[in-house]
Design a protein around this ligand. Structure first.
Ligand code: NAD
Length: 329
């Protein structure tokens, strides 16, 4: 089946070409991000393959449908960027990759916690400049620290397992508590109590109307002074302006972000020779206690192998009238 593959990067080609040996789809790699303007590039392709920052709002879906597209094959687990009711109305099938490597994201969240705590990003820069002083690099033991997890599904539960190994006290909030987590000593509390008692807060729930800006000025005020906030979930979970306020006042001690509310204007591209136009993001970059990665938590060899294999299997199943269970409707 011909697939219009938006937001294609070199690494996508490498893994999808390899996985496609088992399918023989006609993949048309397009560097362009899917937007209302670029949607016409899908003409002649019954399937579109899209990533997290492709635009799948109602008007784009309508344009894709009119161009002959019948399948949206997401190469992501998250689907908050898709207008599902509109897809249903148009009769478009939307399939995703529900789990590829929850380990990849969980391990990245831990890497951010440890880097911020022990100031590895600053220490690395110092040592390269011949500055071997330790002042300003003081960290804390993870052992016995209280970590609050919001969302304990595939990723959150793995974060809990790793932190249990460090000897952390584990708290969590989830609309559906996970018995596996209770089994390793995670205590489920109200969201209010998780904010109030945690030294480190890590977000692992989906972005929905209920969770948008779950961390805002009011919730930051309930947190411990000096709290560390880690977000590898979705940018929209955090009100960035409120985060900056908390950093400036010193109420927030550390921030680790792999996702950002307005990331589609920035991430997955080399903008190093350009002036950053997003003043909020530019302000975030000025804090010594903020560590940002550009949506790379998923980015391991194992995850990309699984993403390419499952995405192309979703396309093959659609082509042959089968269901994989990865369809969203
Ligand atoms: P999952 O579905 O296995 O787990 C999500 C958990 O969140 C579930 O236990 C669910 O009950 C809980 N939840 C739902 N609504 C909630 C709410 N209002 N409050 C608290 N908890 C709530 O998903 P997962 O595979 O663990 O992924 C979690 C999120 O991580 C995804 O939604 C996605 O946004 C993000 N993610 C990020 C990356 C990355 O590269 N940064 C990669 C993959 C996934």
């Amino acid at each position: 089946m011909r697939i219009a593959f938006f937001s294609a990067h070199q690494f996508d080609r490498q893994f999808f070409d390899e996985a496609n040996r088992a399918h023989d789809h006609d993949i048309r790699y397009l560097e362009a991000r899917l937007t209302p303007v670029t949607s016409s590039l899908a003409a002649g392709s019954p399937a579109v393959c899209a990533f997290v920052n492709d635009d799948l709002h109602g008007d784009v879906l309508t344009a894709l449908h009119a161009a002959g597209v019948r399948l949206i094959a997401l190469r992501s687990a998250g689907f908050n960027h898709v207008d599902l009711p509109k897809a249903l109305e148009l009769g478009l099938t939307v399939a995703r990759v529900p789990a590829y490597s929850p380990h990849a994201v969980a391990e990245h969240a831990i890497a951010m916690m440890l880097s911020l705590n022990r100031k590895i990003h600053r220490a690395h820069a110092r040592v390269r400049e011949g500055n071997f002083a330790l002042d300003g690099l003081l960290g804390f033991d993870m052992h016995r620290r209280t970590v609050g997890l919001v969302g304990t599904g595939k990723i959150g539960s793995l974060v809990a397992r790793i932190l249990a190994g460090f000897g952390c006290r584990l708290l969590a909030y989830d609309v559906a508590p996970n018995p596996e987590c209770t089994g390793i000593g995670v205590h489920y509390l109200s969201l209010e109590d998780v904010w109030a008692q945690s030294d480190i807060v890590s977000l692992h729930c989906p972005l929905t109307a209920d969770t948008k800006h779950m961390i805002d000025g009011a919730t930051i005020a309930k947190m411990k002074r000096g709290v560390m906030i880690i977000n590898t979930g979705r940018g929209g979970l955090v009100d960035t302006a409120a985060l900056i306020g908390g950093l400036k006042s010193g109420h927030i001690g550390y921030v680790g972000l792999d996702v950002y509310e307005e990331e589609e204007q920035l991430f997955f591209r080399d903008l190093s020779a350009q002036v950053i136009q997003d003043d909020v993001f530019a302000r975030l970059l000025t804090f010594p206690n903020v560590l940002i990665t550009a949506h790379q938590a998923f980015f391991t060899r194992e995850a990309l192998q699984a993403i390419s294999a499952v995405t192309l299997e979703n396309v093959s199943a659609f082509e042959h009238g089968r269901r994989t269970g990865n369809e969203l409707q």
